[in-house]
Design a protein around this ligand. Structure first.
Ligand code: PGA
Length: 252
């Protein structure tokens, strides 16, 4: 089945000044010609989410937060509530990034609560999964199966098609180059099969699987052309808006 490709970018906590992110979002908005052929999503750093939302809210470019709290509201000091995301008309939330898992001790169980919260409020979760180090095929499958089954454990089968998985092998994040495209194709195939085996084709055929981890305009083409790859999730190599636009054009 034909799935609409996604090109996402997370600014992590790299671009934190309103002025630079407003400029970036405006340049993107003015440069992309949409033909309903692609989904572009920007995840600004938390402090710049509001101004970016003001630039992008009536455009074809999606946006969201890089994380959110596990409940709608309450005594959760320091968390971003989904109520604020709804107010900002954010369509997406990134969940379970490797840095959240490692630096902030996010567990599969915490992530599954957030996946449910997002979907119950019509916000699409971009759920990051990926093995921590280079492993053999059966270990990779085992690791990813656990992450996937946990992420989907609290939602209805009918919601699975709205989930976007970002496959980000932890060892390829923050490096000079992405995982090799053949490796990416292999693991995306594993993920697709895990989804089909556990939940059935009908409930997972529109679930998209995108690749992240040192994606750049140099390696995006081969990755995007690989089977079962429904898009890419960009980090550092999209900080220059022209580089990001090049990757978007490759996906089109
Ligand atoms: P990177 O980040 O492209 O800068 O490695 C990707 C990610 O963590 O999603």
């Amino acid at each position: 089945m034909q799935r609409k490709p996604i090109v996402g970018i997370s600014m992590k906590t790299y671009k934190n000044h309103n002025s630079e992110m407003i400029k970036y979002a405006k340049e993107l908005k003015d440069s992309i010609k949409f033909n309903n052929d692609i989904e572009v999503i920007v995840f600004p750093s938390m402090g710049t989410l509001y101004p970016v939302s003001q630039v992008l809210k009536n455009s074809n470019i999606g946006y969201g937060a890089q994380n959110m709290g596990p409940v709608k509201n309450g005594a959760y000091t320091g968390e971003l509530s989904i109520e604020s995301l709804i107010d900002l008309k954010a369509g997406y939330v990134e969940l379970g990034h490797a840095e959240r898992r490692k630096l902030f001790n996010e567990t599969n169980d915490m992530i599954s609560n957030k996946v449910k919260l997002a979907l119950d409020n019509n916000i699409k979760p971009v759920v990051c999964i990926g093995e921590p180090k280079i492993l053999n095929d059966s270990k990779i499958k085992e690791y990813l199966k656990k992450q996937i089954q946990s992420a989907l454990s609290k939602i209805k089968k009918s919601q699975i098609n709205k989930v976007i998985f970002a496959y980000e092998p932890v060892w390829a994040i923050g490096g000079d180059n992405s995982a090799n495209f053949k490796y990416v194709a292999k693991v995306h195939n594993f993920i697709r099969n895990i989804l089909i085996d556990f939940y059935g084709e009908k409930y997972t055929e529109s679930t998209r699987i995108i690749y992240g981890g040192s994606v750049s305009s140099n390696n995006a083409k081969d990755i995007l052309n690989s089977p079962n790859v429904d898009g890419v999730f960009v980090g550092r190599f999209g900080h220059d808006v022209n580089q990001f636009l090049q990757i978007i054009n490759l996906a089109k």
